[in-house]
Design a protein around this ligand. Sequence first.
Ligand code: 5GP
Ligand code: ZN
Length: 115
Amino acid sequence: MSDCIFCKIINRDIPADILYENEKVLAFKDINPQAPLHLLIIPKKHIASATQLDESDYSEIIPEIFKAINHLAKEYKVSDKGFRLVNNCGRDGGQTVDHLHFHLLADRQLQWPPG
Ligand code: 5GP
Ligand code: ZN
């Protein structure tokens, strides 16, 4: 999607601090971090939100996203102490970028419930 900011990051049209990449998934630092460690894990395929997955995405993309999350959690040494995984979906969910993404927040004690 040419006007999607995360597709632009995937295509290296705009810079980002990219930490992990494979054929299906990209992970990079959030530009406005809400925790000392705040990563975004995204599919390289443009999927607008968690409600817009097609049948093949369940088997081909979602597992790769969770593998990347666990790889990163280990690499950044938050696997044991814990972290928060967030997907904001749609308007009421607070989604601001319409390309599916998971936030990985860590390295501070996070409060619950969120606002
Ligand atoms: P959402 O509110 O859609 O769940 O999260 C979008 C996230 O993308 C926000 O945390 C925001 O800081 C981040 N973000 C927006 N634009 C950019 C950008 O150009 N680069 C990076 N690295 N993060 C971005
Ligand atoms: Zn996109």
